[in-house]
Structures are given as C-alpha cells and as structure tokens.
Design a protein around this ligand. Sequence first.
Ligand code: SAH
Length: 220
Amino acid sequence: MGDADYAARRRQLVDGLRRRTDASERTLSAIAAVPRHEFVPADRRSHAYEDRPLPIGHGQTISAPHMVAIMTDLLDVSPGDRVFEVGTGCGYHAAVVAEIVGGEAVYSAEYVSELADAARDRLARLGYDVTVRAGDARTAFEDRPPFDATYLTCAADGAVPATIVDRTCVGGHVVAPVETSGSVGAGGRSESGQRLVRLTVRADGVDREDHGAVRFVPMR
Ligand code: SAH
C-alpha cells in the first residue's frame, strides 16, 4: 500500500470519528495529520486506520483513535502549552498532541526502555519534537517546570500518583484511566473497572470529573 492509500484511509477514519464522537475539529485535524501506519508494527499496517487498539509488542498497545480523540479534547490544550504524557508506547498519541501544541512542548515517559528508544527514533524521523525519557513516570521530568496539562495512557491503581498530579500547574488538567476496584455503585452493585477521569488542579486540591468506562493497560 502506498502513501496515497494510507492518506485515503486516514480521511475515512477521521470522517468516521467526526460522525461517531464529539471530537473538536482541532483534534480531528491533528489526527488527520499523523500517519498512524508509521506507529504500528509492519505486519499490522493494513489495520492502522481501523478505529481500534493494536498490539505494539512488549504486551502493550497503541490506543484506538476514538480514545486518543476523546482524551486529547479533554486535555484542552493550546499551541505553546507544555504537556506531560505518561506512557509513550509507540508515540502515536504524543504525535497527535504535538500537532496541537507545537514544537518542544511534549514530554513523555515510557517504562519499557526498548519502546522509549523506538518511539524517540520514530518521532524524530517523522519530525515530531517530543522529548522521550525511559523510566517510571512517577519520577520522570522532575527537573522540569510544571506542565500545563498531563495525561496517562496506562491505568493508575485507585488514584493518579501524587507526584504526577503535583507536576501539573494550578488550573491544568490531568486526564487518566483510573482502576476503581470494589467500590459499591447504585443498587449495591459492585463497580470495579477503569473509569476515564479528568482532574483539574486547584491550589487546595483537585476537582474530579468522570468520563465513563475505559480499558487500558495497567500502570507499572
Ligand atoms: N501512548 C500510547 C499508548 C501506550 S500504552 C499510544 O499512543 O497509543 C501505555 C504505555 O504505558 C505502555 O507502553 C507502558 O509500558 C507504559 N507505562 C506503564 N506504566 C508506566 C510507568 N509507571 N511509567 C511510564 N510508562 C508506563
């Protein structure tokens, strides 16, 4: 398949997302600009523009495009904002965010060093100015000033680690899947599973919004 075929499939994907989600045009243009087929293993390229997650090796996945769209909208960033990503994986979501915020503003931590190395090379080759560091996001980029927004692409157990929330500016958002095991819901049903949450950092704590059930790999 040639670049023109990939581009046609990408336009179809974006048209589908426009119909099925409330994603903003700004987010959809970013998705329209990123060559997702470059981020998936060679033997998965024919599936790159289907709206689903795909395996990328090391037991990890590339997120489905609609999930990237929803999370990017919730992050609510503008050109020049500094963004912290937890879980680079293949680097796709970072590239979509970089399309919006522009150069030298996306910082991403990846636990698996092989994935971090591959994503760093791929993002550089495709012209994305994303700073990737290998290691646990709980302590990554502590030498940097606070970020305007943060998102996790792996599920935090119970709550987003404080060391990550603390690195986000007051007024900024933290968008994350959070594993909520064993809470009791309406009617006494046990409600376990992951919820997508958006925190807004306040001087005296955080506000929390729930954005529905999701499924992500667990944070390590
Ligand atoms: N952002 C990717 C999705 C990556 S999947 C995309 O564009 O599709 C989630 C990633 O989070 C995995 O690669 C996993 O290794 C990483 N991860 C899990 N726990 C982590 C931690 N504590 N610190 C940094 N990365 C972590």
